[in-house]
Design a protein around this ligand. Sequence first.
Ligand code: HEC
Length: 179
Amino acid sequence: MDSFELNKIAGAVLGSLLLVMGLGIISDALFAAPRPAKPGYALPVAEAAVGGPAAAAVEAAPLPVLLAKADAKKGENLIKACAACHNFESGAAAKATGPNLYGVIDRAVGSTAFAYSDSMKGKGGKWDYAQMNAFLANPKGVVAGTKMSYAGEKDAAKRADIILYLRSLASSPAPLPAP
Ligand code: HEC
């Protein structure tokens, strides 16, 4: 066999390799499965199961609407549950069991003379209406590790009553959010 023959064989081998690679690329392009936006399989989920009736009740109406309908008198009654640990008088020292809540709406979180938990001290922000509403619905859900051992008020209308009353405990109450 001379080198010309060898070249022809090598050429044929290379040629068929290229052909196989080319076919592979083309068939990949032709039969590529579309990549799903979310990896995994979509499972059918019944819409109604998400949240359930309890969640629906919590989302009953937006907070500004509930606040517009709320009753501070009812709130004054409801905060008796808080008075076990909190006091509400202007200028009074905190109880050992909880910070003073006079003027708490729009107050910086964890900012009074009280031995707050590290979680509360580290939370940051202020007690605006939305934060207060979320915290009173589920204290540990909003401030994980809080030492406020109060399960939360699940009724959104009652929370609005409480918040409206808390708002009144200030020399100049914070403006209400527009419904
Ligand atoms: C069993 C006692 C207890 C009850 C009941 C309770 N709290 Fe508290 N609350 C605490 C304690 C303790 C803290 C401080 C939490 C921390 O530092 O993690 C606190 C913190 C707070 C804060 C944050 C105050 C700040 O200065 O940042 C708010 C607001 C609050 N409570 C509102 C309420 C309201 C409103 C109720 C009633 C609906 C209530 N709490 C019921 C013990 C209680």
